[in-house]
Design a protein around this ligand. Structure first.
Ligand SMILES: *[C@@H]1O[C@H](CO)[C@@H](O)[C@H](O)[C@H]1NC(C)=O
Ligand SMILES: *[C@@H]1O[C@H](CO)[C@@H](O)[C@H](O)[C@H]1NC(C)=O
Ligand SMILES: *[C@@H]1O[C@H](CO)[C@@H](O)[C@H](O)[C@H]1NC(C)=O
Length: 543
């Protein structure tokens, strides 16, 4: 038996396709994040920072990083690396190597496989160059029997990153922040030290404050400062010297609202809420503690958000301040359904469900993405995305992205699959009558999902395997299959009824037409008998 090597290779490829493509396709799954990077990453130039991102799917997705404008994040030697496992590393750097677009910017992680592409939330990266700073103690002294307030003054350029961790009552008594204090000393959670009930013996005691940088963990201690007792013995009406104007916490965390007034005698504090009608006194309860200058609320909920007022009063008068508490409630974003299979020509509809603690959240700024690219907002009804006349190009990964005014983003992913569609012939050959000698090409093309396979027969039997027959098959970018049978030097015995059969798991379609070659016995015979004879002859030729 003689088979051309080219013909053999093609047969082999078709065979591989037949055995592998369908079970493989059934197991395809679009990417989903296993580890989505956080919304904010802060680090110091000496530590460097890293952003983890990983995704699952079938085939295993690849992970890349992009800038906010969608351009690829490149490696910069000694500055920025993308590890093989998807982690983006921003390396420790010298102050002079600070670059805004590397160290203070937005990154997004992209996971992609053959099914589609998804994009992570925005990651706001902020690197801080460690700078030397000094802290100083400021004493708001008071008269005997009253309260002195000691402040740790942090320079404004690092204020946001530095907190007071303790005070030292010289030589070696450490005082730590607490809600209540010990009756004499009270280090407020915001860093001020209150010294109650001043006595002669407190005069000339020394105090130092210790602060720590949140990112570099560097501890900076002030020089010791002496306490003095005011000789003034009259009444001083209260004035608010420190208050937390805006407290932002996440749901279920504890909130501490604080308001410190200077005055003598020591002021009494009252707290009010400003919700709706007028100021209502805040009452202590299982979650709410009134601790003088501190209002502590445990396990906050969205309902604790609002405007509060503290009032400090003594016989000399009253002072007050307004404070705002904002509770960030987490939201969950989900797309329904999260896998949708639609037939070609059908309509796909996805709904973006935004909930908080299980109940729907009102109008949100919803954006839809397809394979990592934002879709135009036309043709969309609120939270619903409709894809009419679904075609192969609409397959892939869809995302609903909710961006909150505070800047955090939340996203959910869903996959649109094309339902099975039986093959349809897009093009097929016609009957021809020829003289022996020239080359002949027969072509069929078909569409369907999964992409159909095309096979050929002559009078119901496989095509002869001789050097004059060549089968070629390829798949277009649209997923259509095109198949050719080319016969070089057509000969009398090549005449007969040719058929192309397109087949996938959803069905099968066939087209047949005759190729008549002058001077042949076969082209004039039509009965069963002659076909058997043809096949018999062919088998003898092949043998
Ligand atoms: C990737 O590798 C680095 C270093 O080997 C490791 O620190 C990091 O956690 C890994 N990331 C993930 C997503 O597994
Ligand atoms: C970070 O910046 C500080 C201040 O310029 C510098 O002293 C330190 O060496 C830098 N860290 C690295 C790793 O270069
Ligand atoms: C068969 O002929 C057609 C038309 O001439 C050509 O486009 C195609 O590439 C040929 N296929 C093979 C397998 O030679």
């Amino acid at each position: 038996m003689w088979i051309s090597s080219r013909f053999f290779v093609i047969l082999l490829l078709l065979n591989l396709d037949n055995t592998c493509s369908e079970p493989f396709e059934a197991h395809l799954r679009g990417p989903g994040f296993v580890m989505e990077p956080p919304g904010r990453v802060e680090f110091s130039n000496s530590s460097g920072g890293w952003l983890d991102c990983s995704a699952s799917g079938s085939p295993q997705p690849t992970v890349d990083w992009v800038h906010a404008d969608g351009s690829a994040v490149t490696e910069i030697h000694g500055v920025r690396r993308v590890l093989r496992n998807g982690t983006l590393v921003l390396m420790p750097f010298a102050a002079a190597a600070y670059h805004q677009d590397v160290h203070n910017t937005i990154y997004r992680c992209i996971a992609s496989n053959s099914v589609g592409r998804i994009v992570s939330r925005d990651v706001q990266v902020r690197a801080v160059v460690a700078q030397a700073y000094k802290v100083d103690v400021e004493v708001l002294s008071a008269a005997r029997g009253c309260t002195a307030i000691l402040r740790c003054v942090v320079p404004t350029f690092v204020k946001e990153l530095v907190r007071v961790v303790s005070w030292v009552h010289e030589p070696a008594i450490y005082i730590y922040p607490s809600l209540q204090g010990d009756g004499k000393f009270h280090l407020l959670p915001t860093g001020e030290l209150l010294i109650h009930n001043l006595q002669e013996s407190d005069e000339s005691q020394s105090f130092r404050c210790r602060s720590m940088h949140r990112l570099t963990r560097q501890v900076v201690v002030s020089s010791p400062t002496r306490l003095r007792i005011n000789s003034h013995r009259g009444i001083i009406s209260p004035s608010v010297v420190e208050h937390t104007a805006h407290v932002q916490v996440s749901q279920d965390e504890g909130a501490v609202l604080l308001c410190v007034a200077q005055g003598c005698p020591s002021p009494e504090y009252s707290w009010f809420t400003h919700n709706g009608a007028g100021p209502l006194p805040v009452l202590s309860g299982p979650r709410v503690r009134l601790l003088g200058p501190i209002l502590a609320i445990e396990a906050v909920t969205g309902e604790d958000s609002g405007v509060y007022k503290c009032t400090a009063g003594n016989v000399g008068g009253e002072a007050s301040a307004e404070l705002r508490l904002t509770v960030a409630t987490p939201i969950q974003v989900e797309i329904s359904p999260n896998v949708l299979s639609v037939h070609m020509g059908g309509t796909a509809e996805f709904r973006c469900l935004v909930t908080s603690n299980g109940s729907p959240v009102g109008m949100q700024n919803i954006l839809w993405y397809k394979d990592g690219r934002q879709l135009p907002s036309s043709g969309r009804v609120e939270d619903t995305l409709v894809v009419p006349r679904v075609s192969r190009e609409n397959r892939g990964m869809y995302q609903c992205v909710v961006r909150r005014p505070e800047g955090d983003t939340f996203q959910a992913t869903a996959e649109l699959q094309l339902g099975d569609a039986p093959p349809v012939l897009l093009y097929s050959f016609i009957e021809q009558t020829l003289q022996p000698g020239p080359a002949v090409s027969l072509k069929c093309s078909a569409a369907g999902n999964p992409t159909p396979q095309i096979s050929w027969t002559l009078d119901g039997f496989p095509l002869p395997s001789n050097g004059r027959f060549m089968i070629g098959q390829y798949i277009t970018v649209h997923g259509d299959v095109i198949s050719h049978v080319n016969i070089s030097h057509v000969m009398v015995e090549d005449g007969g009824e040719y058929a192309c059969i397109a087949e996938n798991r959803a069905g099968r379609v066939q087209h047949a037409a005759r190729l008549n070659i002058y001077g042949t016995l076969y082209s004039h015979t039509h009965g069963m008998h002659s076909k058997h004879t043809d096949a018999h002859m062919r088998k003898m030729l092949m043998a």
